[in-house]
Design a protein around this ligand. Sequence first.
Ligand SMILES: Cc1cc2nc3c(=O)[nH]c(=O)nc-3n(C[C@H](O)[C@H](O)[C@H](O)COP(=O)(O)OP(=O)(O)OC[C@H]3O[C@@H](n4cnc5c(N)ncnc54)[C@H](O)[C@@H]3O)c2cc1C
Length: 459
Amino acid sequence: MGSGGDKSNPQLKQAICYSNVEARRSTSPSVIVIGGGFAGIAAARALHDASFQVIVLESRNRIGGRVRTDYSFGFPVDLGASWLHGVCKENPLAPVISRLGLPLYRTSGDDSVLYDHDLESYALFDMDGNQVPQELVSQTNKVREEFPEDMSIEHAISIVFERNPKLRGFLIRSCSGTYVEWKAGRIAARWTWTYGPWLPSSYKHTCQRARHPIRSQINRRKNGVKVSVENGKTLFADAVVVAVPLGVLKSNTIKFEPRLPEWKEEAIADLGVGIENKIVLHFERVFWPNVEFLGVVSETSYGCSYFLNLHKATGHPVLVYMPAGRLAKDIEKLSDDAAANFAFLHLKKILPDASPPIQHLVSRWGSDVNSLGSYSYDAVGKPHDLYERLRIPVDNLFFAGEATSVDYPGSVHGAYHTGLMAAEDCRMRVLERYGELDLFQPVMGEDTPASIPLLISRI
Ligand SMILES: Cc1cc2nc3c(=O)[nH]c(=O)nc-3n(C[C@H](O)[C@H](O)[C@H](O)COP(=O)(O)OP(=O)(O)OC[C@H]3O[C@@H](n4cnc5c(N)ncnc54)[C@H](O)[C@@H]3O)c2cc1C
């Protein structure tokens, strides 16, 4: 059995420097990017292209962050992100994916591609193994669309009950068992989450391989920033882009000197971080129905489950169990074997003849010190401007990452987009200081193709 646990390396190793020295003057500005996920790499790339000297500090021995593809089964499996949400509408990553010619596989429920989403692709079962009628599932989606204002998910579900008392039993169970539960009672129901095309051959293609460092103290100075990393090494630059996860910012692993302003600290404290994990089960053969998702509904949220059928998109006999919220947190306390067994027992409830998996992978995004959570979320009753507050620069410190994205929080394209925005803010600020506005290239290159057709297939 393989383990999907991310082998983090908190020890400082070495910094990676993107150097294009020939192309620069000796006065070319410098930036340190902390965090090599999509946000950090996007910022680093953009600033490098704008003639900055860029150092990326990354605490794992890989880049990609919450995008992680595992090949131990002999084919790619994503333990973090795998969907490109809203890709046909306004996903800023779409042109990158197109340029790389990566094939996409379309899954159900995207409100742009599949507005008439094909609910036949879902299969929810109750504890007796009976399939839950599809119209019950669609009611939850309908409520999501109707209520743009801030409200808890519990409240939203109660509205469905008022309107459709006969749905009561089923709805509470099916909702609490899927992605709603992981936010339940705590997240504001803004209903912006959409399901979109999915990239079966993994996100990894859009990252580059590299190895690097960190753990730090950031000292803001009038003329630049000093970053002291845990092995005693000190780096100086004109600016810093902080692109670590919100969970890491909350943990205070990175010290800011002087302290960040109160409004920024509040944003870090008040935005929520939720957990969702993937337990990937590799079987000898397929024995389940040909649907995209298999769900189990039950009286308690712990009895509910949600499996993604990778076979439909990849042809491999793989199911991905996706626990969220408190359940995900509790499962992280189990060993990999016990976690896989827990998922398998859920599967046996609906498919009693299921044969055990031959391999498994288990993610632990909540306890991994390099992420400390899976996604940011907007908590009920908290101010609505927290994502923006988290993004706003503080002097020569710039912030990027999914939790700084007003438009697309909790997503890869949100992270990517904020990386580009932070790079542009950084470029402008440093230019103000250098006073040579024509020296550097704009960060958002004009050569970005407006639209390249995406390769979206449906097997
Ligand atoms: C299970 C799961 C499924 C998901 N599914 C999807 C999906 O289908 N589609 C989608 O769009 N999004 C999805 N997401 C969300 C998406 O993965 C994230 O929003 C996105 O990858 C975040 O990118 P980021 O650059 O902001 O942060 P990260 O990718 O987390 O990058 C931050 C980087 O900072 C590094 N770091 C941490 N601490 C330090 C430190 N002290 N010093 C230096 N470096 C540090 C980390 O190692 C990491 O590389 C999913 C997430 C999870 C966990």
